[in-house]
Design a protein around this ligand. Structure first.
Ligand SMILES: Nc1nc2c(ncn2[C@@H]2O[C@H](COP(=O)(O)OP(=O)(O)OP(=O)(O)O)[C@@H](O)[C@H]2O)c(=O)[nH]1
Ligand SMILES: [Mg+2]
Length: 473
């Protein structure tokens, strides 16, 4: 473990790093960032300003029109703007030059190459943010929130990650940290006490009460974790059911495009097809699956397994039934299992009602306790009602997920460890308190809390956190 603060840096790597910060692809303009101790020297060597000034002489937080040139050949690479920002008032806390060029891959590569020739090196994923963290510009949770913000797939996730960048989770953890320090204070005070009976009466109860409060707080923090996946990544709506039930037809109708192939041959869809639709401030991913096939009274196992995992990963499940024919007993059993697995995520859709005979209707599979919908995907009948029901399910999910925090796996894991440690400590109270041991455990807990905010982290862990970022972040 290495202790970090603003003066003691894990990595003393100050060399300028360079990367494209805007996405590759079409668009008029690209932004290339150079950051590090020698950023200004690097940028100056490839800059020719219209003002004929030297870029290195520019004052901080100024913009300059000019050209990127190859210093060896004097070749003009592109007409650009240079934004000069000197440390410490920059994102990374280091000298930074941002070059706004035209968005052409050859131009971008040339500029980055020239910067490298002049003494910069290509930035690794997340390295700008890592440097911001190392220069005390943000704590680890804020850095992670920044990554969440960039990748937010829903408006709610965006709001939560923005709040987190301003420290909501960091503040909650500081609260936990203070409570632990208070516990430690109590524990250490007991060392002064000689009268054991009196000591246990006064202190043990007070300590137990505080440990309990911290435990409750951590449970509350963790509570919404499962729901946060939808908030962060958008909603998954999966369509499952037997071959030829009309899943692809329904899928196309729901996404408003002819994405999946529809034929009357059972087994048309072989692999899952996904389509993303933007709705109500979130990305909704609709997933059309390969149908479950039955031959000689045996339901194909692979198809069942596929459908099971689609159900598990989805937030809303549309179980599609072909209402134009009678289901077999085996099929009914599989449908029942899928419903049990889906639980309240499931909506049962009877498709092809336009072609349903009275026979197929009366003998139809009729699950209880699940919302049932009669539709004709082909004739666009009943789809509006189904859409509304799906939207309501999603709204309900989001309503539950309105906690002010977004946790990622790392934070969740550490909070769980802290929770278990607290539970272990609480147990020791049953058979008399060993204060020295308790003090030791509380100190350990304090270290874990510091690990969350990044005050107490290893280099390896930092690499893991920032490795999830993209280059240029
Ligand atoms: N009458 C009627 N036919 C439908 C309806 N929906 C789908 N079909 C027909 O049913 C057949 C199968 O439709 P698909 O959408 O390919 O069914 P699927 O469930 O995706 O089938 P697989 O991909 O093979 O599992 C096609 O011939 C469709 O035109 C409907 O509402 N009414
Ligand atoms: Mg299909």
């Amino acid at each position: 473990m290495m202790h970090l603060n603003k003066t003691h840096l894990i990595h003393n790597d100050q060399q300028a790093i360079v990367a494209l910060c805007t996405p590759r692809g079409s668009g008029a303009i690209a932004l290339i960032r150079i950051s590090g101790q020698n950023a200004l020297t690097v940028a100056s060597s490839l800059a020719r300003l219209s003002s004929l000034q030297q870029l290195s002489a520019a004052s901080t937080h100024t913009i300059h029109h000019g050209f990127v040139i190859d210093p060896q050949t004097e070749e003009q690479i592109d007409e650009v703007l240079f934004l000069v920002m000197k440390a410490p008032r920059t994102f990374t806390g280091e000298d930074t030059v941002e070059i706004t060029s035209h968005n052409n891959p050859f131009i971008i590569e040339r500029i980055i190459d020239l910067a490298v020739q002049a003494g910069a090196r290509a930035a690794r994923p997340g390295e700008f943010t890592k440097r911001a963290f190392q220069h005390g510009k943000m704590d680890l949770i804020q850095a992670e929130a920044l990554n969440d913000m960039i990748h937010a797939q829903t408006e709610l996730a965006l709001k939560q990650s923005q709040a987190q960048m301003h420290g909501t989770l960091s503040n909650a953890l500081t609260g936990i940290e203070l409570q632990l320090v208070a516990v430690l204070g109590y524990v250490e005070a007991t060392f002064e006490f000689l009268d054991e009976e009196q000591r246990d009466l006064d202190f043990a109860a007070a300590i137990a009460k505080r440990i309990n409060a911290i435990h409750t707080g951590i449970i509350a923090l963790k509570q919404h974790f499962a729901l946060q996946k939808q908030v962060k990544q958008g909603v998954r709506v999966a369509l499952v059911g037997s071959v030829n039930a009309g899943k692809s037809t329904l899928f196309n109708a729901l996404v408003g495009q002819e994405r999946a192939i529809v034929t009357d041959i059972p087994g048309t869809t072989r692999d899952s097809i996904e389509a993303s639709v933007y709705k109500q401030g979130a990305f909704w991913l609709f997933i059309d699956t390969a149908g479950i096939r039955q031959t000689d009274d045996v339901v194909e196992k692979k198809g069942i397994e596929r459908s099971f995992s689609a159900v598990q990963e989805a937030d809303v499940v549309l179980l599609v039934v072909d209402a134009a024919r009678v289901m077999t007993t085996q099929e009914t059993e599989v449908y029942d299992q899928l419903l049990t697995l889906a639980g309240d995520k499931a909506l049962v859709v009877f498709n092809k009602i336009d072609a349903a005979s009275s026979l197929s209707k009366t003998t139809l599979f009729q699950p209880k306790n699940y919302p049932l919908f009669n539709v004709s995907a082909k004739k666009n009948d009943g789809l509006a009602v189904l859409q509304t029901a799906v939207e309501e399910r999603v709204q309900a999910l989001f309503a539950q997920a309105k906690s002010p925090y977004l946790l990622n796996q790392r934070q969740f894991k550490l909070l769980t460890e802290i929770q278990f440690d607290l539970e272990a400590i609480a147990k020791t109270f049953v058979d008399g308190v060993h204060y020295e041991l308790l003090a030791y455990h509380v100190k350990e807990l304090l270290e874990k809390v510091s690990e969350l905010t990044g005050k107490n982290v290893t280099e390896q862990m930092l690499d893991m956190v920032f490795g999830e970022f993209c280059v240029g972040k």
